[in-house]
Ligand binder design. Structure first.
Ligand code: DAT
Ligand code: MG
Length: 141
């Protein structure tokens, strides 16, 4: 069964949206497999956003994502990666329709509430990064 990595960013946690977001994923019939509150180290944040290191907003992105606690999660279901991205919406909240998480709860690009893996390959990479013990146990079983 396909799995994806989803993370409620510091703004989403501070706004009290954990329950609302989990409910939307459950209503979509995805299954919560792992969840943990954590604060990212700078190293972890850099590893996560490796492919954006050349972007002008990279420094601000690292500062934002390490600024408070996040809720890291693994969700499972048929086409979980695409299903989660549909629930989340477009990167820019202004281009994300109402009914999506970013469309409903975010206004600005640099604080858009939630992350979701963009491919099955990146989902595996991110699950390994955030839940290494779970990933290792899954790989041997
Ligand atoms: P997504 O989170 O939709 O996968 P991404 O991977 O392209 O989008 O970028 C990661 C995050 O970086 C994104 O959620 C918000 C931030 N970001 C992207 N483009 C930005 C920009 N032009 N200015 C400021 N922040 C940006
Ligand atoms: Mg992305």
């Amino acid at each position: 069964m396909e799995q994806t990595f989803v993370m409620i960013k510091p703004d989403g946690v501070k706004l009290g949206l954990i329950g609302t977001i989990i409910q939307r994923f459950e209503h979509k019939r995805l299954r919560l497999v792992r969840a943990e509150m954590m604060q990212l180290s700078l190293e972890q944040a850099k590893a996560h956003y490796l492919d954006l290191a050349h972007k002008p907003f990279f420094h601000d992105l690292l500062q934002f994502i390490t600024s408070g606690e996040v809720m890291a999660m693994v969700w499972e279901g048929p086409n979980a990666v695409k299903a989660a991205r549909c629930l989340i919406g477009a990167t820019n909240p202004l281009e994300s329709p109402s009914g999506t998480i970013r469309g409903d709860f975010a206004l600005e690009l640099d604080s858009n509430i939630i992350h979701g893996s963009d491919s099955v390959e990146n989902a595996a990479r991110e699950i390994q990064l955030y839940f290494p013990d779970y990933y290792a146990a899954k790989s041997v079983s």
